[in-house]
Design a protein around this ligand. Structure first.
Ligand SMILES: Cc1ncc(COP(=O)(O)O)c(C=O)c1O
Length: 392
């Protein structure tokens, strides 16, 4: 991080770690293709650089939630298969069809809109029918599946669509043995069998997210959709640590210590004075706050490595800054404060912050704000394309 040491804060993104994680996950689901899920700006890591790195490591598909996220990948020059699944009436269906994006269809309103857009575009849409096998969120209910399948088959006959995939999403894949897992697998198999009996001939059937990729081999089908594990974060601490699965955290979040000062015993710290120095001490100012995505819920609990020791957010995390009690240590202003990273230097993990904020690792990284620059390292394995490490 030397060249960026003067930054207030930075999120270092290790693309070699991401590539290695993709390879580990492909090994876990050896019979299936892998979709790199890069929605929400690559879970806060940067969608385009992460998508490029995932492609380099063999991800056949890229996945996003919104069509605008998918279109942005195309606009950045990413080719190959891209799928997106979170649609609202109005599209943009036609733009997605013209950009060769596979689009998810969960109900009749969406099928009607995609057929009309395909007619306007003068080319068939690639659609993937999504079933609600038990998550109870998006997807077509089993009772409505025959109507959706029949509508899609009719549109295939008129050349308006090609059904490229049948798919669904787990509710509790991160809770091994949860009865919903077997139930969803059973419903999925039945709904796929029904669609195939009606003449649908999908390229891919898919159900697995990261936890299912890691722990439920019978859920791999033709394609696994991995997000969080690709970024080197465990889907759930109960399943294991990233290292247990051979995964390495991709993001390191660090800041430059903004101030070190003496404080007497009994000094209130930060808004509300929820921390009062127990003795004469030194205080360090960490110049990131909830506007940067540092959860205010972790006030009094969030861990930070400063001067070789783990400190704890003292009192409230404010919008732009928070304080740690340095217990008499005097690191220089500008010294590195590491909020989380892979742990090589003993720094806390994303999971530690998730515990401190009573949330999940997904939320910690996804919320890191745009005010924190992403600094990319290890941009490519290809010696002909080495850039010094900042692919854009
Ligand atoms: C439909 C869908 N598939 C796959 C994923 C990836 O999940 P995970 O990050 O647990 O791998 C998500 C993310 O929530 C999703 O919404």
């Amino acid at each position: 991080m030397n060249e960026t040491a003067s930054l207030r804060a930075r999120a270092e993104i290790d693309l070699a770690a991401l590539r290695a994680n993709v390879r580990v996950l492909r090994g876990r689901a050896a019979g299936a293709q892998l979709m790199a899920v890069v929605k929400s700006d690559g879970y806060g890591h940067g969608a385009v650089p992460c998508a490029r790195a995932a492609r380099e490591a063999g991800a056949a598909w890229l996945g996003t939630a919104t069509p605008h996220e998918a279109l942005a990948l195309r606009a950045a020059g990413l080719d190959g298969r891209i799928m997106c699944w979170l649609w609202t009436p109005g599209g943009p269906w036609r733009e997605a069809i013209e950009a060769d994006i596979d689009v998810s269809v969960s109900g009749m309103w969406a099928l009607r809109e995609v057929i009309a857009a395909a007619a306007a575009a003068g080319r068939p849409a690639r659609i993937q029918l999504k079933a609600d096998t038990g998550l109870g969120r998006s997807g077509c209910q089993p009772a409505d599946w025959p109507e959706l399948v029949a509508g899609a088959r009719d549109a295939e006959r008129t050349g308006r669509v090609k059904v490229t995939g049948l798919w669904s999403h787990f509710a509790c894949a991160d809770e091994p043995g949860h009865p919903s897992i077997a139930a969803q697998l059973g419903v999925f198999r039945d709904l796929v069998a029904y669609a195939e009996k009606e003449g649908v001939d999908p390229e891919v059937r898919h159900l697995a997210n990261s936890p299912a990729t890691l722990t439920i081999p019978e859920a791999h089908f033709d394609l696994v959709r991995t997000g969080i594990a690709m970024y080197g974060i465990s889907p759930s601490p109960e399943l294991g640590t990233p290292a247990d699965f051979g995964l390495r955290p991709v993001m390191t979040l660090a800041a430059s210590l903004a101030l070190v000062k003496d404080a007497p015993a009994g000094h209130g710290v930060s808004y509300g004075h929820h921390y009062v120095t127990p003795a004469e001490t030194t205080l360090g100012l960490i110049p990131v706050g909830y506007a940067d995505g540092i959860p205010r819920h972790a006030s009094g609990r969030g861990p930070v490595l400063v001067g070789g020791r783990t400190r704890t957010a003292a009192g409230r995390i404010a919008m732009d800054q928070f304080v740690v009690d340095l217990g008499g240590d005097r690191p220089e202003p500008g010294a590195e404060a590491v909020l989380f990273g892979p742990g090589d230097r003993g720094e806390p993990s994303v999971e530690d912050w998730a515990v401190a904020a009573d949330t999940i690792g997904y939320e910690i990284v996804t919320r890191i704000g745009t005010r924190v620059p992403r600094v990319y390292v290890n941009g490519t394995d290809d010696p002909n394309e080495a850039t010094g490490g900042v692919p854009q």
